[in-house]
Design a protein around this ligand. Sequence first.
Ligand code: ATP
Length: 236
Amino acid sequence: MKLLDADNLNAGYGPNQVLFDLTFNLEVGGITTILGANGAGKTTTLRAVCQTVKTSGSLTFLGNRIDGRPTEEIVKVGIAHVPDGRGTFTQLTVEENLRLGAYTRKDRNEVAADIEQMYRRFPRLKERYRQQAGTLSGGEQQMLAISRALMLRPRLLLLDEPSFGLAPLIVREIFDIMRQINQEDKVSMLLVEQNATLALSLANHAYLLETGKIVLSGSSADIKADESIRRIYLGY
Ligand code: ATP
């Protein structure tokens, strides 16, 4: 069974349709990336999956239809969104953010154990557990946003431009940890990235979006080998 099946998915804002008949699927345990230019509809695709934008067409998660369900239910079935701009609570401390991330869970001991696990993965967060999230560096805020989403114990993590505005070294660190999380915790990922080279280094599969339509899909290796993609998106 696929983790997620999107079939003829349309989405938009008011009268403006942004996504047109997207059909794609995600493998259980895989990392898939959506590539595309500015404004192609990548962010909207993530919003469509977590139903924070109005959609038509079908979305099936582990065999169950999820389109039309409220976002709280989407969270409960195991889909967590790390939005662009990160979305941490800036006035709250690191640890308060992590606790809030687990708001759907009642197992307090396990929540505490998971917070420790996040601190092992991201030691910088442990050092700053009482610091206000708004005063963290950009990289630390991204680490916190990812950790907070993981506190839901999702099956699928939706990541919107995790590298945005960060220095290359920090990006490497974060991407290495994302790979570990995928392999060790079996969290599947749908990754949106401007930086196609980086995205393809992490993902197994890629879709290319142009003005709201999927124009190409394939394994990351195939996509990297595609001459036109190399020229336009990878720059070599
Ligand atoms: P970028 O890389 O620039 O973020 P993107 O591929 O993620 O681009 P989207 O953010 O999905 O693209 O935007 C697709 C289109 O939808 C754009 O034309 C954008 O102006 C429009 N759009 C995005 N969010 C909204 C919104 N909240 N209300 C109205 N239009 C929106």
